[in-house]
Each structure stands twice: as C-alpha cells, then as structure tokens.
Design a protein around this ligand. Structure first.
Ligand code: S3P
Length: 169
C-alpha cells in the first residue's frame, strides 16, 4: 500500500528535479528522496555502470522497483529520473501517490546545465541538443499526462523556485 501524500517531481534531465526537490523538501520540512541516488546506493555502482552491465532494460526494471518502494515510504519530496514516466505502471503509481509536478525547462537552459555532464548514459553522444530534443518530443506527452501541476523553473534559482512552487501547492 503506498503513501498518498508524496510530492513527486517528474521532468527531463536538467530540469532541476534534484536541486529544486532538495530545497522544496527543506522548506516543507519533509524528507527528500532521489530515486536515482537510491538506485545507485542499492546497486553499489553508478547509473552509467548499470547501463553498461544491464542495459537500459535492466536499469528500467530497477527504477520501477525502487520507485514503488519509495512511494510506499512516509510522505516525502521525491525526485524521479527523466525516464520514470516511460512505464505506464510508474505513471499510475506516481499519480496515485500524491501530487505530481512536471518541472519544465527551456531547451537552452537544459543544454547549458547538461553541457559537460558525464554521468548520464543517454547523453554521451556528440549531439546532445538533438538527443535532448528527441527525448523531449517522445516524453513531453507522458510528463503532461502524469502531472497534476506544471511548473517552469528555468529562470529561477533553486531557493526562489522552491518558494514559488511551495506557494502553488
Ligand atoms: C534518465 C535520466 C536520469 C537517469 C538516467 C536516465 C532518462 O535522471 O535516471 O540517466 O532516461 O532521462 P535525471 O533526470 O535525474 O538526470
């Protein structure tokens, strides 16, 4: 049985789910859980290493399992990975678990944040901008379908974004 009072952040890589999530959790005096970090802690290796050893399919299975476990824990601010919305079961579980916020980000801000990233396997290609825009085209409808609330944090620092978002909850 999952807890229904979570605040779940969905959105693409570089939208600020982890940074904003941490600031929001502090403001709301709630625990903060980062699903990617939980997956890495449980596996004892990085997400990049998991993609290497198990492929994206193996990673997605872990992601679904860890997400379900996190949603069964006491109410928290939960930052998900950008691809968590791909599975229908994940989408249903998140919507059921409380309020889901889609963190939007404009393409330029997103690319600037991810320009030098070496941790995200789906971005290790010469043309990051094209990869990001292809992923966004595929996932945007899923983010929208999962979320109860849309919030664009592109131009705000984490503290300001957390304060503004907290006011909308
Ligand atoms: C992914 C996003 C990453 C991480 C993994 C796959 C994706 O999380 O889960 O690299 O499919 O978009 P962030 O959105 O926190 O970067």
């Amino acid at each position: 049985m999952q807890n229904r009072d979570h605040l779940v952040l969905v959105g693409p890589m570089g939208s600020g789910k982890s940074t904003l999530g941490r600031a929001l959790a502090a403001r709301l005096q709630r625990p903060f859980v980062d699903v990617d970090a939980r997956i890495e802690a449980e596996a004892g290796c990085s997400i990049a290493a998991l993609f290497e050893s198990e492929g994206e399919t193996g990673f997605r299975a872990r992601e679904a399992r860890v997400l379900a476990a996190v949603l069964a824990e006491p109410a928290a601010v939960v930052a998900t990975g950008g691809g968590a919305v791909l599975a229908q079961a994940n989408r249903a579980a998140m919507r059921d678990a409380g309020i889901v916020v889609y963190l939007q980000v404009d393409a330029a801000t997103q690319l600037a944040r991810l320009q030098h990233d070496s941790t995200r396997p789906l971005l290790q290609a010469p043309d990051r901008a094209q990869r990001l825009s292809r992923l966004q085209a595929q996932r945007e409808p899923l983010y929208r379908a999962t979320a109860h609330l849309l919030f664009d944090a592109s131009s705000l620092a984490p503290e300001a974004a957390a304060a503004t978002l907290a006011g909308q909850l």
